[in-house]
Design a protein around this ligand. Structure first.
Ligand code: FES
Length: 201
């Protein structure tokens, strides 16, 4: 027969109480954020959203958005407005340019003086552009003649489409586009693409 000591009897009595305590401990989900962490998450998300909006706004304002037919964009210059060879240039005030038909071909000139930004006028009697501010003068093709202007008139890049479907684009030097008697169906003048006039020799 097994005898029970006083110490063994105490352990047996204590065991049921330990089991009972384990059952009653509330379950805590350690992965769930507490109130402070939750506020941090909200704050962090708000900051990310704010920075995203600020960046998008910056890009939106930084990128040029010019519509066709407004200064800074492309103008489709009507072929019927092209001046006769060697005659007075044609002005397009909304695009701030002149179109000249020279012996070397067609050219689009930025109508702003290369000295201090006044607007040269075409003087029909003298067959040249003259600036009203300080007297700079330019030829039909925009080449400098005299006065304080440091260079020829600037040019806008242009693309000419001919009746046979071929096109000719102005090169990086801004050389006139020869027409050579071909019929023109479209002239696209990009007022957002300036070709700087050659400096005076
Ligand atoms: S602004 Fe044209 S000559 Fe000075």
């Amino acid at each position: 027969m097994t005898s029970i000591t006083a110490g063994e009897s105490k352990r047996e009595v204590a065991q049921p109480r330990q089991q009972s305590q384990a059952v009653n401990v509330p379950q805590v989900d350690v992965a769930a954020p507490n109130r402070r962490e939750f506020l941090y998450y909200i704050w962090g998300a708000s900051m990310v959203l704010l920075l995203g909006q600020a960046t998008a706004g910056l890009i939106w304002f930084a990128l040029p958005r010019f519509k066709e037919g407004t200064f800074g964009g492309v103008f489709n210059f009507p072929p019927e407005r092209v001046p006769l060879l060697g005659s007075n240039p044609v002005s397009e005030p909304s695009g701030r340019f002149w179109v000249s038909n020279t012996d070397a071909g067609l050219v689009s000139l930025y109508g702003v003086c290369t000295h201090l930004g006044c607007l040269p006028r075409w003087e029909e009697g003298r067959s040249r552009f003259e600036c009203p501010c300080h007297g700079s003068k330019f030829e039909l093709n925009g080449d400098y003649i005299e006065g304080p202007a440091p260079r020829n008139l600037d040019r806008f890049r242009m693309t000419v489409t001919f009746e046979d479907g071929t096109t000719a684009e102005m090169n990086d030097s801004g050389d006139p586009i020869p027409l050579e008697g071909r019929r023109v169906t479209n002239i696209a003048i990009d007022t957002g693409s300036l070709i700087r006039g050659q400096a005076n020799a």
